[in-house]
Design a protein around this ligand. Sequence first.
Ligand code: GDP
Length: 327
Amino acid sequence: MTVRRTDSVDDLVARAREGQARAVGRLISLVEDAQVGPGREQLREVMSRLAPHSGGAQVVGITGAPGVGKSTSTSALVGELRSRGLRVGVLAIDPSSPFSGGALLGDRIRMSEHATDPAVFIRSMAARGHLGGLSWATPQAVRVLDAAGYDVILVETVGVGQSEVEIAGRADSTIVLLAPGMGDGIQAAKAGILEIGDVYVVNKADRDGARQVRRDLRNMLSLAERPEGAWRPSVLMTTATDRTGTDEVVDALAAHFTHLTDSGELTRRRVRRTREEVEAIALTTLRERWGELGTDDVEELAAAVVAGETDPYAAADRLLAESGLKD
Ligand code: GDP
């Protein structure tokens, strides 16, 4: 998508900041579509206009295996946050789907009790596989929502291995959701899960085994060594379907945010994730330059390495030199 001429970037940004959902939606579409292609210059302008208004929102990642109740919990969280007068943005990211809208349509429907609330913005996004994917589109969509004045931005991802760890790196606070009857201990022990959560929630507390999952989780978490003054992850129980326990989750998120702010960790986390975003943009620009050079050039260099005429380091130097980045 490109923004029509009649809709200046200034207008769109101004309307988004007034909380007009349509303008917010169009800016996010621009983020999604302009990663490669003609919208790039507009995106650059949008980001530059938004920059002074960033940083006010708490970005909360929610992850967990399919079926644990992420969508239901997100919906419950939105309800609880709204009852506290907060404006909420929701991004549902599907790392596996190349198509926007398809697989996540169900989520949107389930969230529809909030669909008519002007203080709630819900959007499904596909994390595209190319040129950085998650590492670029998601933080920029978050930036749009942040600058548009949403107080809390919930970023929901399906837990599929690496991507959930990745999303955790992009949030201020990460909720890891578990549920009984889903492999229990095994799912908790899954690579990375025990390191990424700030708030652990055992959902489906109305089902047998929920307490056992909580016990196992607490035991495993207690084994971790934490430096003095570090945040101790909360382990809570919810029944998302009737919102039981959701208020405690929101309290824990608020406590975590206070901890992040007071300890200086908030800025450190944000710098870390923004650094990756900056690198991803730079690498994309670099790849585009090579694209302009023509893939033949890269291929020729690779062929020269294969033929033993040069080595990969010298070939990389040549590539950087031809991009104007190295003498
Ligand atoms: P997701 O795949 O992680 O987004 O999970 P969903 O939110 O779609 O929930 C999966 C199923 O579990 C749905 O049928 C929900 O109604 C159900 N569910 C969600 N939360 C609870 C809960 O607290 N208790 C019970 N019994 N079922 C739940």
